[in-house]
Design a protein around this ligand. Structure first.
Ligand code: NAD
Ligand code: MG
Length: 404
């Protein structure tokens, strides 16, 4: 059993304290579900934070209104066609406006912020996040795909640059919180809880016919479209197993998944004496977002509290891996490592994209991912360049299989 990640206590000493005007925040992906909730947290605590960077892919109207409200140093609009509209709308302000993919990295390389909230979805978030790490900025990580693609390189760079990577994903935030004060103690295993998504208990013959609209109805969480589909297919939990391995320096066999439909226990850590610590609360992403932004402090809020009198039963069950085969594929990627998680992630991004556009059915997603994982050549210790190439290759294979 290996020593757990040292970052928990070390990071406390080198986290930016947030001087006058508060901690300076860069939100990459500010128009998404995580990004907008982070801005709610910040708006409720104006003395603790300032907003310095906001980025969006194509939601120009929301980016403009966020910029007018929070007055950042810089905004980046990904879609170059939207640049002049954003520039024009902000012409009476001091906000600098940039566009295009490269600008995301340039914004990440700036000095005007202390902490990057990495809330872009998917592969697109990888390069800016790596840039922020090289730039010595604290990362509050929502974008789990970055760790799935290149977790070894990201965490190595984080250690080299003494950069704390603070999880935002609720399960990983839960584990992170359970580990506070436990740096000398060994983890036997972590137990990731999964709601089971909207199709918990369903079998393949039902799943064959589910449509995008069904899959987008998550019972407990309101999230962006991609992660909502990932939750319905259980790929989200698969990605989270790999995310946990890198964040907490675990061996694959130390990562367990249990279905917990109420989403009250956000995850657990079992130590070598058999004792289990859990972190609990209502399912509300503002909690882990706030914790990542204020860590190591907790600050008061008035979000609804969990009431034991109202929910008297918390239940747990084994995941149905025969039906939700993505979990088997993700476990294979977790164990085998190398470029396989990266390939799986790329194929999944293409498959989810196709499903969201009604191009393939629900079960085809897993088939496309499995075939892509079999076809892209395995690389045991990829360089960053090889991860980029594997990602591209996997996207091409998956698109080919799906006939996109
Ligand atoms: P979302 O789709 O709601 O928002 C994504 C954001 O990324 C938007 O601001 C969008 O403009 C930006 N973006 C998308 N594609 C881009 C591109 N190619 N280039 C630049 N920017 C781009 O997604 P979300 O639900 O907020 O999720 C964001 C990340 O956080 C994902 O990795 C997800 O897995 C993770 N996460 C989300 C939740 C949640 O509750 N939503 C919970 C845990 C983890
Ligand atoms: Mg999660």
């Amino acid at each position: 059993m290996r020593e757990q990640q040292k970052i928990k206590t070390d990071s406390i000493s080198f986290l930016p304290a947030g001087g006058e005007g508060g901690k300076r925040i860069a939100i990459f992906g500010s128009t998404g579900s995580i990004g907008t909730q982070a801005l709610e947290v910040i708006a409720a605590n104006p003395d603790k934070f300032s907003v310095e960077v906001l980025t969006a892919n194509n939601n120009d109207d929301l980016l403009i209104s966020q910029a007018l409200r929070f007055n950042p140093n810089v905004v980046v609009i990904g879609d170059e066609k939207k640049y002049s509209k954003v520039k024009e709308a902000l012409s009476s302000t001091d906000v600098k406006v940039f566009t295009g993919e490269k600008s995301l990295e340039e914004a990440a390389a700036m000095d005007c912020y202390d902490l990057m909230l990495a809330a872009i979805v998917g592969y697109a978030g990888l390069k800016p996040t790596l840039k922020a790490i090289s730039n010595g900025k604290t990362i509050a990580l929502a974008n789990k795909e970055t760790l799935v693609i290149a977790g070894d390189i990201m965490m190595r760079k984080a250690v080299e640059n003494r950069v704390p990577v603070i999880p935002v994903d609720s399960e990983h935030s839960a584990i992170f919180q359970c580990l506070i004060g436990e740096t000398r103690n060994r983890i036997e295993k972590i137990i990731l809880t999964a709601s089971g998504g909207p199709f918990l208990g369903r079998k393949p013959n039902y799943l064959l016919n589910v449509k995008r609209e069904h899959a987008l109805q998550h019972p407990n969480w309101t999230m962006g479209a991609k992660i909502t589909i990932d939750s319905a297919t259980l790929m989200n939990k698969g990605l989270e197993m790999i995310e946990a391995k890198w964040l907490f320096n675990l061996k694959p066999e130390q990562v367990q998944v249990v279905i917990h439909p109420q989403s009250i226990i956000h995850s657990m850590v079992q130590f070598e004496d058999g004792s289990i610590k859990a972190q609990m609360g209502l399912p509300d992403m503002k909690l882990p977002i706030q914790y990542a932004l204020t860590f190591p402090k907790r600050i008061k809020n008035d979000y609804p509290r969990f009431d034991f009198k109202k929910v008297s039963t918390l239940t747990f069950e084994e995941p149905d891996v025969k039906t939700f085969r993505n979990l088997v594929l993700a476990r294979e990627a977790l164990y085998k490592g190398g470029n396989l998680p990266c390939v799986m992630n790329a194929a999944n991004e293409i498959a989810v994209y196709a499903f969201l556009r009604n191009r393939i059915n629900f079960l085809d997603m897993t088939d496309a991912i499995e075939k892509t994982m079999q076809r892209v050549p395995f690389i045991e210790k990829p360089t960053l360049e090889e991860y980029f190439e594997s990602d591209g290759e996997a996207r091409n294979f998956a698109a080919d299989i799906i006939k996109l």
